[in-house]
Design a protein around this ligand. Structure first.
Ligand code: IK2
Length: 452
């Protein structure tokens, strides 16, 4: 025994002298080396450490002078009534304790009432809705609850960035289909020019396909899927017996001349669709991190099972305040002052101002039909990016812009995987910003124009 110990000690000492370390930097015979093995990353999150929000939040916070039009974070005031309701609710003792796990009773009632009108059917508040930690929570519950290892999930590129890692964390395989930019006369610079080729989509289906995720109004392009496109997608889902997740967090943010259609309302789609919503996007309160899903009991039940073991329940006071805010708006849905209509009106003017400003310096904006982002082609600016080290042009460009112009946007390839090459000339700007922020943006743009 003593001899074995001596040998191990001498080996360990030699390794130290020779500076031998394991891949993660640990000495191979040390206690920390044993820990290293145990602390090794779980396979399900291998390769998923990079995150665009973490990276650009840090870059944008480095200097208070930076004008941040990156993340979809409103700096406008949320409606007064929702803030007042939260203050009132927080003063009620019982509202500060746990509530029903799948959604606070008054909130699921409000969701049932609102979506009952929109779907023109009765929505069972207890079995056909679930309240989650943001839309993120809904997406996570749905993917975890429905997809098995090795099954395939089709996602449209560019996609909201969390779809891809969530699919991979479930051990499933993302299958990508890119939107194609096909401008027609009169539509050269509209998000309507982003086309989902249905033949190409059908080629992505296989015997392993379980789910298809769509997002309309679409982040980052602002595209609103037309009824024809949704019908084509619905036909394929039905033909191949696939479940659809429809991420509709920007459902109310639709600009003049356009209409948002819920795929779940098309014939044969209710029973196979989970529709995802977000309080953050509906009431401009992204910090509340409340979301929900609407769908048939068979699908919602699986989401509830995941939720009960992962978070159990969402914050009670936030849910009660959200329920009251919904009732407030539901009662005035015939009034143009209803927030569901007044917010897109306010945003449309901001969108148009931003489009005008971007054009001044030769960033070519693609006018969004919905949502609160504009993507712009930055490739015509001939900026010297030689000192930037990222792989993709858009990452280099945004980092250059933060450093040299004190302006943050988001590189569109952050929303891509297999098809980055089609999107790397675009960067995304967020326009749900108060006028003073847009004034600061205007100043940057005008100085930029003078310099160039
Ligand atoms: N789905 C989509 C399409 C989203 O855009 C978001 C939120 N995006 O905001 C970040 C950005 O793009 O700048 C979500 C889901 C998540 O919503 P929630 O905040 O409710 O979890």
């Amino acid at each position: 025994m003593f001899l074995i110990q001596r040998c191990l000690w001498s080996l360990s000492n030699k390794a130290r002298l020779l500076k031998i370390t394991c891949a993660s930097g640990c000495h191979p015979f040390s206690t920390s080396s044993k820990m290293c093995k145990k602390f090794k990353i779980a396979r399900r999150i291998e390769g998923l450490d990079r995150n665009v929000w973490v990276e650009f939040f840090k870059l944008s916070s480095a200097d208070p002078a930076i004008v941040n039009l990156g993340q979809g974070q409103p700096d406008i005031s949320p409606p007064e009534h929702i803030k007042e309701q939260l203050a009132e609710v927080a003063a009620i003792d019982s509202m500060n304790q746990y509530t029903r796990g799948f959604g606070h009773p008054s909130l699921v009632e409000a969701l049932s009432s609102l979506y009952g009108k929109l779907y023109d059917r009765r929505i069972d508040p207890n079995h056909e809705t679930i309240v989650t930690v943001g839309a993120y929570g809904s997406l996570f519950n749905a993917i975890q609850g429905l997809v098995n290892e090795e099954e395939e999930v089709i996602i449209v590129e560019p996609f909201f960035d969390c779809y891809d890692p969530m699919i991979k964390m479930a051990g499933a395989i993302p299958v990508y289909i890119p939107l194609r930019f096909q401008p027609t006369e009169g539509n050269e610079w509209s998000s309507a020019s982003w086309i989902l080729d249905l033949e190409e989509l059908e080629s992505k289906f296989s015997s392993k396909t379980k789910l298809l995720i769509i997002n309309t109004p679409h982040n980052p392009t602002g595209k609103i899927f037309s009824k024809k496109e949704l019908q084509g997608i619905a036909d394929l889902c039905i033909k191949h017996d696939i479940i659809c997740i429809s991420d509709e967090v920007y459902e109310w943010l639709v600009y003049t001349g356009h209409k948002h259609i819920k795929i779940a309302t098309l014939p044969g789609m209710w029973e196979r669709t989970i529709t995802v919503g977000s309080a953050g996007k509906t009431f401009s309160v992204t910090g509340w991190k409340l979301g929900w899903s609407i769908g048939p009991e068979t699908l919602i039940r699986k989401m509830q099972t995941v939720q009960q073991h992962v978070i159990y329940t969402c914050a009670t006071p936030l849910q009660e305040a959200l329920a009251r805010a919904f009732w407030f708006e539901i009662k005035r849905m015939d009034d143009p002052e209803c927030y569901f209509y007044s917010l897109p009106r306010e945003l449309e003017a901001k969108r148009d101002r931003m489009i005008w400003l971007l054009q001044i310096i030769g960033l070519k904006p693609i006018v969004p039909e919905g949502g609160y982002f504009i993507i712009a082609d930055a490739s015509g600016l001939n900026v010297d990016l030689s000192e930037m080290t990222d792989d993709c042009y858009d990452y280099k460009f945004v980092k250059w812009m933060i450093k040299n112009k004190k302006l943050t946007a988001i590189p569109v390839t952050a929303f891509c995987s297999a098809n980055k090459k089609y999107f790397e000339k675009y960067i995304r700007f967020c326009f749900i910003k108060k006028d003073s922020t847009l004034d600061a943006f205007e100043k940057i743009i005008k100085n930029w124009a003078k310099e160039s």
